[in-house]
Design a protein around this ligand. Structure first.
Ligand SMILES: *Cc1c(COP(=O)(O)O)cnc(C)c1O
Length: 438
């Protein structure tokens, strides 16, 4: 074993060599060095603001729903490690992948029957888009090759996903004119409980009708728009989309990478609407935050359409497709989730966030406070610059909590195992971050 690096050495090498998400090179802000993690706590390699352990308010970006270092997931990983950590998936198959795919078919809406295992959320969206475009090509209608979405969305950082991220408010403005030009409806009216707005419904119906001849699919995040702005909308809009797509021969894709596995209070957000898409993407919490894995599910109609085409295969096959370690841990994570009353826990967190964040509405500079399932959002009246963002994160650290604000948003989606005391702490940290930021 090499000598361990000191935190100061780590930071220096990190700054010199390592890209971080949405970061410049070299980095402008020192990341905190994490030494280990267990339950809902991240243990730092050195105290920061006098604090060594932070309650994780982020679930490592929606993924660590059971917390860290969970014995059941550790056992699944170790057990699989002793058998094999990887084999190629071309011409070979194995129990962890077959079990996971079968389980995903069982727990998702009934018409979704086929599973493509991808290596990350963005790749699963690429695969979903490829499926839809190839479906129409196979049916002899190659003109149907564009996508429609609504503004305010986020679908990942690779090429096709970027093209359906919000073109202005989003992170991909830089690429306008370079990315394929897709069709954007206005952002859905806010509010999970909002009455459906007939004018908005007419707007999306009209766009689908007008572009039907060139549309392969409509793609949206159901109910919760995540990294595009942390907004909630009425499930009724998903029924409107389903009807418009059926009427005009357009496929419907739901990106449930953030919402899947209980986060919004339903196992999948599509359940709030009772709507089934033709294609669905899962990721993030799929492995309980242990390993990178995503899945694209589709209906027999889509799979058969592709498989009867001129090129009768889905031409996609990542090297690490169906990785045994990742699929074994994913199955263990799903069984763990379904083994307890997760709905009750998500409800408990929803109530805790509502109570704990309500006061933040009175902080000057706070524009909106909203909660759905185990997601809490405090929106400010303007985007934070780097200094304000750092000040907000520091204020949370002083409260013993890890938060990662972005743009005008302070938000939290804690692990489902977060206890009431830690939840209260997270809420106090969000309030402190809001106060520090404005
Ligand atoms: C995070 C996310 C993605 C991208 O997933 P990666 O694993 O980061 O590539 C796509 N869609 C949604 C809704 C997401 O939240």
């Amino acid at each position: 074993m090499p000598e361990p690096l000191t935190p100061a050495e780590l930071r220096a090498l990190d700054r010199q060599h390592v890209w971080h998400p949405y970061g410049p090179m070299p980095g402008r802000q020192d990341p905190l060095v994490v030494e280990s993690a267990a339950g809902v706590r991240l243990r730092l390699a050195e105290p920061v603001e006098g604090v060594r352990e932070l309650v994780d308010g982020m679930s490592s970006w929606w993924s660590a729903i059971h917390g860290y270092n969970h014995p059941a997931l550790n056992d699944a990983a170790r057990g699989q490690l002793d058998r094999m950590s990887h084999v190629m998936f071309g011409g070979l198959t194995h129990e962890p992948a077959v079990r996971l795919a079968t389980r995903l078919v069982e727990i998702t809406p009934e018409p979704l029957q086929h599973v493509f295992l991808a290596d990350s959320g963005s790749v699963s969206v690429e695969v979903a888009v490829k499926m839809c475009l190839q479906y129409w090509r196979s049916l002899g209608r190659p003109a149907k090759r564009r996508l429609l979405t609504w503004r305010g969305g986020y679908h990942g950082d690779t090429w096709q996903p970027m093209a359906v991220c919000d073109p202005e408010g989003g992170m991909h403005r830089l690429w306008s004119g370079v990315l394929p030009e897709q069709i954007f409806a206005d952002a859905p009216p806010p509010g999970f409980d909002a009455d459906p707005d007939p004018a908005y419904e007419a707007h999306i119906r009209e766009l689908v009708a007008r572009h039907a001849h060139e549309l392969a699919a409509v793609i949206v995040e159901p109910v919760v728009q995540g990294a595009g702005g942390m907004r909630f909308h009425s499930p009724a809009l998903l029924r409107t989309l389903r009807e418009a797509c059926d009427e005009h021969d357009v496929l419907l894709v739901f990106d449930e990478i953030a919402t899947g596995f209980g986060r919004s209070g339903a196992l999948f957000a599509a359940e709030h609407a009772g709507v089934c898409p033709d294609v669905m993407c899962l990721g993030k919490a799929l492995t309980g935050g242990y390993l990178t894995l995503a899945a694209t599910l589709c209906t027999p109609r889509v799979a058969e359409g592709i498989s009867r085409g001129e090129v009768p295969v889905l031409a996609h096959g990542p090297t690490f497709m169906g990785n045994p370690l990742a699929t074994a841990v994913a199955s263990a994570s799903i069984e763990l989730l379904l083994s307890y009353d997760w709905r009750q826990e998500v409800k408990r967190i929803e109530t805790g966030l509502r109570d704990g964040l309500a006061e933040a509405a009175a902080v000057p500079g706070v524009r909106d406070v909203r909660v759905l399932g185990a997601i809490g959002v405090v929106q400010l009246d303007r985007p934070l610059d780097d200094a304000a963002m750092a000040a907000a994160a520091r204020a949370a650290v002083r409260e013993g909590v890890w938060l990662r604000p972005f743009r005008d948003l302070l938000y939290t989606m804690p692990p489902y195992i977060t206890g009431d005391d830690d939840l209260a702490r997270i809420c106090a940290a969000v309030r402190a971050a809001a106060t520090a930021a404005v």
